[in-house]
Design a protein around this ligand. Structure first.
Ligand SMILES: C[S@@+](CC[C@H](N)C(=O)[O-])C[C@H]1O[C@@H](n2cnc3c(N)ncnc32)[C@H](O)[C@@H]1O
Length: 336
């Protein structure tokens, strides 16, 4: 091509030279090619806060989700450097692309589907502070205990009747019990986890109702609830979305819903994109979502992950979703 190649485009993007970027793109420069550190023109523009260059590169087909060898994308650079406008443009591009294509979630699904056996057919093992599947992947781990306590507090805020999907180590259920709900329904699908629940006395608690089976298969046995928590394992974004479609029936007006927010938790910017996608999808179903930031860096060190196949959480902050269904309009409002 005439007048320079990818190297020149990278330089112009880093410097924020919009005209040069446009003319290089028009002349056929590769918008995706990274420099010796794997930094693409989009990453360089985002890192330096050149919002219009970010926009031009996205329009020219630069992928919003390309990663450098350290696993960082353009959005991570904009976010870390506090470049709000570039961040917003990238967030919008990520959401548009994922709404249509769902590439990032599908990649996670592919990794999980590579497993030899589906999770529910695998043996599981409880050991000190962990519940692992046959491949030593963490089904549940004790470092999440403070998060589970916060989820329980959120969904029990209205008192009343509570539903939890996925027992795991019983952390959230133990915390829910401490709020003394009128009733506490637990759905659990894994036979060995269910056996553990029975052995540890969960079947005898007066306000507890246990439904053994996949949530998909016990829906008809459910009522409506003041608080709901969802945290399964071996499922995907599509399953979470499917569960959300049932919320208008399952959650009472004014009720509170929360879920384990572990979507794309290996990259901070992908995670933000998926937080916003879920909030958008819940808004369509009549729920408002607030994310409460909880620092988790100090709960996690290398020792935490010893013997665990995959670090399923790599972020410093957990965004606890508190989702509330709209209250029924009261009579006064209706008269007006
Ligand atoms: C991450 S653990 C839940 C941890 C729990 N929140 C706690 O505080 O210990 C996920 C649980 O969901 C269960 N599970 C997986 N798929 C399920 C499904 N489709 N329906 C119901 N439970 C399911 C798993 O067997 C596992 O016990």
């Amino acid at each position: 091509m005439e007048g320079g190649g990818a190297g020149e485009l990278q330089r112009a993007a880093a410097e924020g030279d919009l005209e040069r970027v446009r003319s290089l793109l028009d002349a056929g420069a590769d918008a995706c090619e990274g420099n010796h550190e794997g930094m693409t023109p989009l990453m360089l523009a985002a890192q330096n806060g050149h919002a219009e260059v970010v926009r031009a590169l996205l329009q020219a087909g630069a992928p919003w989700n390309a990663l450098n060898p350290l696993g960082q994308c353009a959005g991570d650079f904009a976010m870390d450097a506090g470049h709000q406008e570039a961040f917003d443009i990238l967030l919008d591009a990520g959401m548009q692309a994922e709404l249509i294509l769902g590439v990032v979630a599908r990649q996670e699904r592919k990794v999980e589907e590579g497993a030899e056996k589906p999770y529910l057919q695998q043996r599981v093992e409880y050991s000190e502070g962990k519940l692992l599947d046959e491949e030593n992947k963490g089904v549940m781990m004790a470092w999440e205990n403070p998060l589970m306590a916060a989820h329980a507090k959120a969904i029990c805020a209205n008192g009343g009747h509570v539903l939890n999907v996925g027992f795991g180590m019983g952390l959230v259920d133990t915390a829910i019990q401490s709020h003394n709900p009128a009733s506490h329904t637990i759905i659990e699908a894994h036979p060995e986890v269910y056996k553990r629940m029975m052995e540890t006395g969960w079947g005898e608690k007066p306000n507890v109702r246990i439904l053994f089976g996949r949530w998909q298969d016990v829906l008809l046995q459910l009522d409506s609830y003041d608080g709901i928590f969802f945290d399964t394992y071996g499922e995907f974004y599509d399953d979470l979305k499917e569960f959300h479609e049932h919320l208008p029936k399952l959650l009472k007006k004014g009720g509170i819903y929360s879920y384990f927010n572990g979507l794309c938790a290996t990259n901070a910017f992908f995670h933000v994109v998926y937080c916003q996608l879920v909030a958008l999808e819940l808004a369509r179903l009549g729920l408002t979502t607030q994310f409460i930031p909880l620092p988790v860096k100090d709960c996690l060190d290398e020792e935490t992950w010893r013997g665990v196949y995959h670090k399923y959480w790599q972020l410093d902050t957990y965004f606890l979703p508190v989702c509330q269904s709209e209250e029924e309009e009261n009579e006064e409002d209706q008269k007006q």
